[in-house]
Design a protein around this ligand. Structure first.
Ligand code: CP
Ligand code: NVA
Length: 331
């Protein structure tokens, strides 16, 4: 291999080479096969420990880190949004220096990108960004493992519809560039990613042959898509007050049957989850009362259709996070 990712942290996929990203995808595929065929993956026999710090809610990412670690024979300490000294009495720099002495790796989910950067700078062990306001890198590997499983290749027409300058919008723009995809973000101009993100993606695209495009036109953007992807319209940490404004901006960008019919015949629907596809959640119910919509970024009909691969995608979080941890541990 012409690269070495041992000891490397994952802040965002923009910091990894295309070769490194592809290596993780291949390793994920192998680890998934191993798990399905009942082979033991206990490589560390509890001689390693990781901390999983979640300052925002999580179902998939936390569970993926924990199950992947247990499979590899790694001990886990979960540190939730309350109950530690982080932030209140102790800075991220001091926290990094303390936890780096205890653990062989640290997963972190929070708001500020700078918190992950501080952990990376001072912990001295691999740090994996489990989502910040700017990036969601571990999600990218599950998304493209799913694409690979469905199409056997990654250079498909991949369309993201929704808040294109969120952590997911940013991350998918760069990941698609690594993957040599024809990537289109379909969103109102106000929600297009920062110029710096597009520049990074275009730079990578020069080497991989990817095409990165942005449009406000739903029908033009989704035409002949292989993948239609969306995410919540309001991300964790954004104030409740933005719901009305965001719904007004994005209501014409809901993924529905008409949009799917405009895509390729064998197109799939992906979503990082959680999704507002019905009113069976507290927020879903409230939005239905306040705005009269019984689904938001995706209709229930698309979410439950055969084209929807969201639960395979969710499962792939575990296999891919296992590959990321395994590949980046120092030994
Ligand atoms: N997709 C994702 O990151 O899910 P969680 O918020 O449940 O971790
Ligand atoms: N953009 C979403 C992703 C959740 C996995 C959020 O940050 O809430």
């Amino acid at each position: 291999m012409a690269f070495n990712i041992k000891g490397k942290s994952l802040f965002a996929v923009k910091d990894w080479s295309t070769e490194e990203v592809k290596f993780i995808l291949n390793l994920s595929h192998d680890l998934k096969k191993q798990k399905y065929t009942g082979q033991s993956q206990n490589r560390y026999n509890h001689q390693k420990s990781i901390a999983v710090i979640m300052q925002k809610a999580s179902t998939r990412t936390r569970s993926a880190f924990e199950v992947a670690a247990f499979d590899l024979g790694i001990n886990v300490t979960y540190i939730g949004p309350t109950g530690s000294q982080i932030g209140d009495k102790e800075s991220m720099e001091d926290t990094a220096k303390v936890l780096g002495g205890f653990y062989d790796g640290i997963a972190f989910r929070g708001s500020a990108d700078a918190d992950v950067e501080m952990l990376i700078k001072h912990a001295g062990v691999p740090v994996w960004n489990g989502l910040t306001d700017g990036w969601h890198p571990t999600q990218m590997f599950a998304d493209y493992l799913t694409v690979l499983e469905q199409f056997g290749r990654t250079d498909v027409k991949f369309v993201f519809v929704g808040d294109a300058r969120s952590n997911m919008g940013n991350s998918l723009t760069v990941m698609a560039a690594h993957m040599g995809a024809h990537f289109v973000s379909v969103a109102p101009k106000e929600l297009w990613p920062d110029k710096s993100v597009v520049e990074i993606a275009n730079e990578i695209a020069k080497k991989t042959g990817a095409k990165i495009e942005f449009t406000e036109d739903v029908m033009e953007g989704t035409k002949d898509a292989d993948v239609i992807y969306t995410d919540v319209w309001v991300s964790m940490g954004e104030p409740k007050e933005v719901w009305a404004e965001r719904i007004a901006l994005l209501k014409d960008y809901q993924v529905n049957d008409t949009m799917m019919a405009n895509a390729n015949k064998n197109a799939i629907f992906l979503h990082c989850l959680p999704a507002f596809h019905d009113t069976n959640t507290k927020i879903g119910k409230q939005v239905a009362v306040d705005h009269g919509m019984d689904s938001l970024e995706v209709t229930d009909s698309v979410f439950r259709s055969d084209a929807s691969k969201v639960f395979s995608q969710a499962e792939n979080r575990m296999h891919t996070i296992k590959a990321i941890m395994f590949a980046t541990f120092d030994q």
